[in-house]
Design a protein around this ligand. Structure first.
Ligand SMILES: Cc1ncc(COP(=O)(O)O)c(C=O)c1O
Length: 496
């Protein structure tokens, strides 16, 4: 097919478990027998063999390499997973995170021996507050969703201090599922706000629902349809007038870094997915970091611990007794995902302010390139321009017998990781593509050729290409249809 990138043929061979490849007597090391040492374990010492597989070093290396080649990764090719920002992570960041002075320290070391690490956390915090235009930041949350909970708990603490936590949190229906989940975990009733015909929050509907029982609105900006919420300041003013707070899901900050300061939009609390915007490898649940920037109204309630710079060096404020404000507690055992802070700071410093600004511009440019190249072949629910990701729906597949899921599976046969599908829920059969700034024009052109080819095959009725897909992968199609349609994976509270 025209535009094919690479095939996965040849990777289909089964890989036996390492225990099944065991050759008794083989070993990866050749050590002299240990001297007899009297065991202090007495009868508790195990005498039976532990049953580890016997393999030589090359056997082990090849086994794991073969397994890794069956996987797909950003290092293997384009990964346009909308809402996930799967971009290339400069190797410099990894090099910095592996420096022994950073990699070998322990969170329980005395403060005087980790001054460099505390300085790094402080410097990373300074970059984040500068870029967002917010006065404070809680660095400890471990991921975006953890940051949402942190931000909402900070809002709750501030409200409780003013007399009561209030009861409701308003969340747009296009929100990431973690938003309503976090609000619910924080003890709030979640109320959905509909989108208007342009895919943005319906401002009138939002204002209608704001009263003195609303603790916060949670807005994602740019939103999950890849669109900028231009009414953000109006929304913030409306909720502030009613005594509530604005939580912003900042997972898409990569689209606006160096161009928009959330603090200027009236936001009180916002998490930043360092593992997306600031380039840490992620996926499969980690590692990540979700620092939460805070407005002046919320800074006093920030969770412990945090770093302060004193004349005699850096200190970690770990206990409420030593804190200036009224921290509500802590969200994590130690100080946060330190290794991710190192990577994020290395990324920010090496890019510089101008580089970060260019990255957000290039991310938006690349998404709009896909929009322009594909809008006649796929179907666009909301007119562009878009921000860092472009949302299509499945109207172009109407009457073809091919679904979004089939289309995504056929992309795997073409050697590319599919885009995000069936999210956001506000459009039918969503295909959400986020190319990121790290893809070249040549890579985008190749991707566009592949998508155009698949779209024309679907429209020509070549359903067998899709029904059976993926055909060239180690595992054939799993039954995901039930999951994609399952009510438990859908978040759509009643809008009536
Ligand atoms: C819009 C949005 N909000 C929140 C999250 C949650 O972030 P995390 O996966 O780091 O918990 C994501 C993750 O993809 C997201 O895309």
């Amino acid at each position: 097919m025209a535009g094919t990138i690479t095939g996965n043929k040849g990777l289909q061979q089964e890989e036996a478990l390492i225990f099944e490849q065991d050759s008794p007597g083989q070993s990866g090391v050749d050590l002299p027998a240990p001297d007899a040492v009297p065991s202090r374990l007495g009868e508790a010492a195990r005498t039976a063999p532990v049953g580890l597989p016997g393999l030589s070093e090359p056997q082990v290396v090849r086994h794991y390499l073969r397994i890794s080649q069956k996987n797909y990764a950003i290092d293997a090719g384009m990964y346009p997973l909308g809402s996930c920002t799967m971009k290339h992570n400069p190797r410099l960041n990894e090099k910095m995170a592996r420096l022994p002075g950073f990699a070998d320290i322990h969170p329980l070391q005395p403060e005087s021996t980790v001054q460099g690490a505390l300085a790094l956390i402080n410097e990373c915090a300074r970059w984040l507050t500068t870029l967002t235009g917010m006065p404070g930041v809680a660095m400890s949350p471990a991921a975006g969703a953890h940051g949402e909970l942190t931000g909402l708990m900070t809002i709750r603490a501030a409200l409780e201090d003013r007399g009561g936590p209030r009861k409701r949190v308003l969340v747009p229906e296009s929100a990431h599922g973690t938003n309503p989940a976090s609000a619910h975990m924080c003890g709030y009733t979640v109320e959905a706000i509909p989108a208007d015909e342009t895919g943005r929050v319906d401002l009138a509907a939002l204002k209608d629902r704001i009263d003195d029982d609303v603790a916060a609105v949670m807005i994602t900006n740019p939103n999950t349809c890849g669109l900028f919420e231009g009414d953000m300041k109006n929304m913030s003013d409306a909720i502030h007038a009613a005594g509530g707070y604005v939580y912003c899901d900042g997972a898409n900050f990569n689209a606006i870094v160096g161009r928009v300061r959330p603090g200027d939009l009236g936001i009180d609390s916002m998490h930043l997915n360092l593992h997306k915007t600031f380039s840490t490898p992620h996926g499969g649940g980690g590692p990540g970091a979700g620092p939460v920037v805070l407005s002046a109204a919320l800074v006093p309630y920030a969770p412990l611990p945090y770093v302060v710079a004193g004349e005699d060096g850096f200190h970690l404020v770990e206990h409420a007794d030593n804190a200036e404000g009224k921290p509500y507690g802590r969200m994590k055992g130690f100080h946060g995902q330190f290794g991710v802070f190192v990577r994020a700071l290395a990324y920010m410093m090496s890019m510089g302010a101008d580089g970060l600004r260019q990255a957000s511009g290039d991310a938006v440019l690349n998404a709009n390139y896909l929009l322009a190249a594909l809008e006649d072949d796929l179907s666009l629910p909301y007119p562009g321009p878009c921000m860092h990701e472009v949302l299509f729906d499945d109207h172009f597949l109407k009457d073809t017998g091919v679904t979004t899921l089939d289309f995504a599976k056929a992309m795997i046969d073409e050697g590319v990781h599919p885009m995000t599908m069936y999210f956001p829920l506000v459009v039918h059969g969503a295909l959400l593509m986020e190319p990121t700034e790290t893809e070249s024009k040549a890579a985008l052109d190749s991707f566009v050729g592949m998508i155009k080819g698949l779209a024309s095959e679907a429209k020509a009725g070549n359903t067998e290409l899709f029904d059976e897909a993926p055909r060239h992968t180690p595992r054939r199609r799993l039954d995901e249809t039930t999951a994609a349609r399952s009510p438990v994976l859908r978040w759509r509270p009643a809008l009536e």
